[in-house]
Design a protein. Structure first.
Length: 334
């Protein structure tokens, strides 16, 4: 396994008074870290690896790798997104190349089972405790799989617009909001029968990630227009928007502060290669939808998460094969 080293940045001492944040550490990981997730115990970070054989588990206190976990058929790589379900002592990770999601038992990440989604190129996984349902967006087959947790059976496939990615259950699991990357659409469906109940289109948009706000609103990234939208969850109407840096990816919310990982300008030769300059994390004050601060990232910041206590921000640098930890205790409402 590749050795994971930590670079504690006391010598850099980034100006905490300028952003309200301060870098804690930069940690090497496997190839193409697509997402980062704080474990429920608050002591570890899980990093799904798109171009490697599984996901890394980082021990926060020591800034070292606890282990690399490799599911069945890990050699096919393609590990995109993860999801913790604490009440089931479960962690799931999607594997795009096999059309599967894999379940592991907490706290030791022992392998439990593999579930076939019935779709092609699965990406984001969402959970409804009320319905005991998993939802998985399938990028290439243009649908979402609804999966009964206990049986692992696909109970419904919901047809969407092109390239569904970000998804979120609402209305106590009775509805599912779906973002369509190629279709430029935000759609809502009934989970009972798959009926489409609302839709909003934005010309040329590339909708990527959604995070819920209150019971009535949510926030969405649009990579093409380099924007973040606040949407009404009932009608999906766009209420407010904020222009951010190029290629906004993932969202994470701490109270009134919304963090957005912005990958930066694409490489003119190929968007999958290193960007000409590093990206950044943009912090938006949701009270005003104005930019409150910017945090410098590495090459193509992508994954993003906040610790349960709201004190630590973590993000992945996709092309650098690193993750960064930042102290954000002084940012946002107390």
């Amino acid at each position: 396994m590749r050795k994971i080293t930590a670079i504690i940045c006391a010598a850099i001492a980034f100006a905490a008074d300028a952003t309200g944040a301060e870098r804690i550490a930069t940690i090497e990981c496997g190839k193409q870290p697509k997402q980062v997730l704080f474990a429920p115990d608050g002591k570890r970070i899980v990093v799904p690896l798109l171009d490697d054989n599984g996901f890394d588990i980082i021990r926060i206190e020591k800034s070292v790798a606890e282990k690399r976990v490799s599911p069945p058929r890990a050699g096919r790589k393609g590990f995109a997104e993860g999801l913790f379900i604490p009440e089931k002592d479960a962690f799931f990770v999607s594997q795009m190349t096999t059309g599967e999601i894999h379940e592991f038992a907490l706290p030791d990440f022992g392998y439990r089972r593999t579930i076939k989604t019935g779709g092609t190129w699965p990406k984001v996984i969402s959970w409804s405790a009320e319905k005991s349902l998993l939802a998985v967006s399938n990028w290439v087959s243009n649908d979402v799989s609804l999966i009964d947790y206990e049986s692992g059976r696909v109970v419904r496939k919901i047809r969407t617009s092109s390239a569904p990615r970000g998804i979120a259950f609402t209305e106590n699991g009775g509805a599912l909001v779906v973002l369509c990357f190629d279709g430029g659409k935000i759609q809502k469906f009934s989970t009972e029968d798959g009926t489409k109940t609302a839709e909003v289109s934005v010309e040329k948009a590339a909708m990527r990630h959604i995070v819920l706000g209150t019971d009535s609103n949510a926030f969405v990234t649009d990579m093409f227009h380099a924007s973040v939208y606040e949407i009404d969850l009932k009608t999906l109407a766009i209420k407010r928007k904020t222009k951010v840096a190029k290629n906004p990816n993932t969202l994470a919310r701490k109270g009134n502060i919304l963090f957005v990982s912005c990958r930066g300008r694409n490489n003119p030769a190929d968007y999958t290669k290193r960007s000409p300059e590093n990206g950044k994390i943009v912090a938006i004050d949701t009270k005003t939808m104005e930019i409150a601060a910017e945090i410098p990232g590495g090459n193509q910041p992508t994954g993003l998460d906040i610790s349960a206590d709201g004190k630590t921000l973590c993000f992945s640098n996709f092309q650098d094969a690193t993750i960064e930890l930042w102290d954000i205790a002084d940012m946002g409402e107390k």
